[in-house]
Design a protein around this ligand. Structure first.
Ligand code: ADP
Length: 267
């Protein structure tokens, strides 16, 4: 059977014996594929009607009927939220269907500059934001997908940190030759009991806070998938009332010397 999928596990039994446990996961994998395809198809089908609704809403002039102003604003806000949700669902389906990603040179200096601009635009002066490049190296991977992972972490830091809080984005080299991009905030924090499930899709500590702040519930799931495709880890440390740190750890194989990059892109 070419479709047969087995999960194999080798368990030590005694000094000389091992147990080989084979589990048939063919049906589970097929159902998982069906779920993935269904979500991707529904999201895709929702895209066009949403674009039309959004377009016509933009054309309605509140001055024609001032009573409509708050309703039109709310309809626009909700249609934007739905559009973002559909886009995030499509991103996640696209990532789930892939085993590898393109291996570009990810210019970290411009990546960090972009993250700073995004954080400042979202924060609108409500937080102290620092972005530090201690590593002075680049990464090897997909610029587009890594940007979406990092930018979700930065958006969360802004969303879940009250006014006057601090947000610190830092890129450092690790002792093992790898590198870490961390996003630290002094925000609400995440209770320890929620941490193991926090990267599952639509898992939220507080649904109302997440909705109010414009989240779709998919940001961390996307970030975790992107990092997995780069053989990288997402480490989360958090303390309620003190803040959270999301650290993306890349192995040495993903690190590129910045000077070498400059030479290779100019020749
Ligand atoms: P959302 O769109 O709801 O923010 P995410 O997948 O990005 O979805 O995050 C999942 C949940 O994790 C959020 O709803 C929030 O409860 C929690 N969370 C994520 N980042 C932070 C953070 N920096 N500080 C506190 N809570 C966070």
């Amino acid at each position: 059977n070419p479709d047969l999928r087995l999960h194999l596990r080798l368990i030590p039994y005694s000094d000389e014996l091992w147990l080989l446990v084979a589990r048939d996961v063919t049906k589970m994998m097929r159902l998982e594929h069906m779920r993935r395809d269904f979500v991707a198809n529904v999201s895709h089908e929702l895209r066009t009607p949403l674009t039309v609704i959004h377009g016509y809403l933009e054309m309605l002039d509140p001055e024609d009927n001032p009573d409509w102003t708050p309703m039109l604003a709310e309809m626009q806000r909700q249609s934007q939220r739905m559009t973002q949700l559909v886009e995030d669902l499509l991103t996640l389906s696209r990532l789930e269907a892939r085993d590898t990603l393109p291996e570009d040179t990810v210019g970290m200096a411009s990546m960090l500059a972009t993250l700073r601009r995004e954080a400042e635009a979202l924060s609108q002066g409500r937080h102290r934001i620092s972005v530090v490049d201690d590593a002075r190296i680049d990464l090897c991977g997909s610029t587009k997908e890594l940007h979406s992972a990092f930018s979700n972490l930065v958006a969360n830091a802004v969303r879940y940190t009250p006014t006057d809080g601090e947000i610190d984005v830092r890129f450092v080299r690790d002792g093992d030759g790898g590198a870490t991009l961390s996003v630290r905030d002094s925000g609400y924090g995440i209770p320890a009991a929620h941490l193991p499930r926090i990267t599952e899709r639509f898992y939220r500590v507080s649904t109302s806070r997440s909705r109010e702040s414009g989240g779709t519930g998919l940001g961390l799931a996307i970030a975790k998938h992107v990092l997995g495709l780069h053989d990288a880890r997402l480490d989360i440390a958090s303390e309620v009332g003190k803040g959270s740190t999301f650290a993306c750890r890349f192995g040495p194989a993903r690190v590129l010397a910045r000077d070498a990059t400059l030479t290779s892109t100019t020749t």
